[in-house]
Design a protein around this ligand. Structure first.
Ligand code: UDP
Length: 415
C-alpha cells in the first residue's frame, strides 16, 4: 500500500510550540512513522518554505518527506495559502508522474490540504481521500473575541461532503461535524491521536528536576506547575497567569513550599511578528499581575526534553478555550503527572474529572486556582491521579492507533 499524506501549511518537522506548530505536526510525523514500520510506503507532502532544504528526505522506514513548491518559498500566513492549493496539487502530480507512483489513499490534514486533495480529484485522480480537520473553524469561531476567516467556514462545510472519510479525534469532534457542517454521519470514523509511549513515561522527580534546572529549584520544597503548548490566545495562557494570584492568596500562612510555574512554548525572539507580539502581551500581563517571581516563560523545548518537564512538574495545566484533542494533556498523564484542564473538546475525554485530574469551566481563573491548590495540598491525591492517568494513557500508543487508521485505509481501498 502507498499513501500520500498532505500537510500543506506546516512541515511535520517544523520546530514545535510556535504559534502554528503543535499537535498536527506531531500527529503526521508519528502516524507516518508507525505506518512505515508496518511496511506501508508513505510520502508526506508539505509546501516548501525554504529553497535550501532538500526537496526529498527519508524519515523512518518507508517514509519520505517531500517539499513541493507552491507559492513563494518562505513562511506565509496560513490564511493566505488557499490560493496555492492548486499549485501544491500540481507539485504532487508532478512527483507521482516522474516516479511512476500510484497512491492507494490520500490522507489530508487541515482544511487547506483537503483542498489540494480535492483538486487532484477534479483533475482525474480517483484515489480515495481520508481527511482530518485537526481544528474546526465553526468551533473556533465560538470562542469569544475570535474571528475566523468566513471562507474557511464555507470550505470546511464543502469538504465534509466531498471526501470519502473523515477522521474525528473524539465522539464530540464527530458530533460537531454533524451539527455545524451536516457532515454525512456514515463517513466519519472516530480514531483519537496517539502518544509516543516510549518517549512519554515517568522519570523520577528528582532526576527530572535536576535535568530541567531553573526556574524551579531541584528540591522537594518547590511545587512546580507546568504549561506546555503554543502561545496562541486560544490556549488560555491568560487565564493561567490570572489564576496564580488567586492560588498564592489562598495558600495558608504556614505553606511550606515555594511555587513556580514554567511555561514551555513560544519564542520571544521569533521571526514571526504575531508570535512575538503574543509573547510580549503575555509578558506584560505577567508583570501587571505582579507574578514575575512565580512564572517563567522558558520558550520552546524539543519533544525529547518534555518528559523531563512533565515528570518534574506536580501539576500540568491545559487552560484552552478550544481543543479538538489536546496531546499535551495526554503526554503529561503518560508521564504520571495529573492535569487540570478546561472542560472543552478532547480534554473532556483525556482527563477523567476527579480520577486523573480535574476539569474546570473554561475562562475561569479562580476555578483553575482552586483545583491546582487542591492538588498541591495533597501529595497522595497527586500520586493517585498520576498513576491512574498513566494507566489510562496506555490505550493511546501509536501502534494501536495506526492499526485503526490502517483498517480505515483498507476499507477505503475496497471501496
Ligand atoms: N510541543 C513541543 N515543544 C514545545 C511545545 C509543544 O514539542 O515547546 C508539542 C507537544 O509535545 C505536543 C504538541 O506540541 O505534542 C502540542 O499539541 P496539542 O495537541 O497539545 O496542541 P495543538 O498545538 O495541536 O493545539
Amino acid at each position: 500500500m502507498r499513501v500520500a499524506m498532505f500537510s500543506l501549511h506546516t512541515c511535520p518537522f517544523a520546530t514545535l510550540g510556535g504559534k502554528n506548530t503543535g499537535g498536527m505536526n506531531v500527529y503526521v510525523r508519528e502516524l507516518s512513522r508507525e505506518l512505515g514500520r508496518r511496511g506501508i510506503a508513505v510520502d508526506v507532502y508539505t509546501r516548501s518554505q525554504n529553497c535550501h532544504i532538500p526537496a526529498v528526505r527519508w524519515f523512518g522506514q518507508n517514509v519520505r518527506l517531500i517539499h513541493v513548491q507552491a507559492g513563494p518559498e518562505n513562511g506565509l500566513d496560513k490564511n493566505d495559502l488557499w490560493q496555492y492549493t492548486a499549485a501544491f496539487a500540481d507539485g504532487v502530480r508532478r512527483v507521482a508522474q516522474e516516479e511512476g507512483l500510484h497512491y492507494d489513499v490520500l490522507h489530508s490534514h487541515y482544511w487547506l490540504s483537503a483542498l489540494a486533495a480535492l483538486e487532484l480529484r477534479q483533475n482525474g485522480w480517483s484515489t480515495p481521500i481520508a481527511h482530518m480537520f485537526h481544528t474546526l473553524a465553526a468551533l473556533k469561531q465560538e470562542v469569544e473575541g475570535f474571528q475566523e476567516d468566513p471562507r474557511r467556514l464555507r470550505v470546511e462545510a464543502e469538504i465534509v461532503q466531498q471526501v470519502d472519510a473523515i477522521v474525528a479525534a473524539t465522539p464530540l469532534d464527530r458530533q460537531h461535524m454533524l451539527d455545524y457542517y451536516r457532515a454525512p454521519a456514515e463517513r466519519i470514523v472516530v480514531i483519537p491521536p496517539g502518544v509516543n509511549l516510549d518517549l512519554f513515561r515517568p522519570i523520577p522527580k528528582q532526576e527530572a528536576r535536576l535535568h530541567v534546572g531553573a526556574p524551579c529549584e531541584p528540591c522537594e520544597e518547590t511545587h512546580m506547575l507546568l504549561y506546555v503548548g503554543r502561545m496562541d490566545p486560544m490556549k488560555g495562557v491568560d487565564d493561567l497567569l490570572r489564576a496564580l494570584p488567586y492560588l498564592v492568596q489562598d495558600l495558608p500562612d504556614d505553606w511550606p513550599c515555594h511555587i513556580c510555574m514554567a511555561l514551555v512554548g513560544g519564542d520571544s525572539d521569533s521571526s514571526d511578528e504575531s508570535l512575538r507580539q503574543e509573547m510580549d502581551r503575555l509578558q506584560d500581563l505577567k508583570h501587571e499581575l505582579g507574578i514575575q517571581d512565580f512564572a517563567t516563560f522558558l520558550g520552546r523545548r524539543e519533544q525529547d526534553e518534555l518528559p523531563y518537564y512533565y515528570s518534574a512538574a506536580d501539576v500540568c495545566i491545559v487552560p484552552s478555550h478550544y481543543e479538538s484533542f489536546g496531546l499535551v494533556a495526554l503526554e503529561s498523564l503518560a508521564c504520571g503527572t495529573p492535569v487540570v484542564a478546561s472542560r472543552v473538546g478532547g480534554l473532556t475525554y483525556i482527563v477523567e474529572d476527579g480520577l486523573s485530574g480535574f476539569l474546570v469551566p473554561r475562562g475561569n481563573p479562580p476555578a483553575l486556582a482552586q483545583r491546582i491548590g487542591q492538588l498541591l495540598a495533597d501529595c497522595g491525591l497527586r500520586r493517585h491521579m498520576g498513576g491512574h492517568g498513566q494507566e489510562m494513557a496506555q490505550q493511546y500508543g501509536w501502534p494501536s492507533i495506526a492499526e485503526r487508521v490502517l483498517e480505515l485505509y483498507e476499507e477505503l481501498i475496497e471501496g
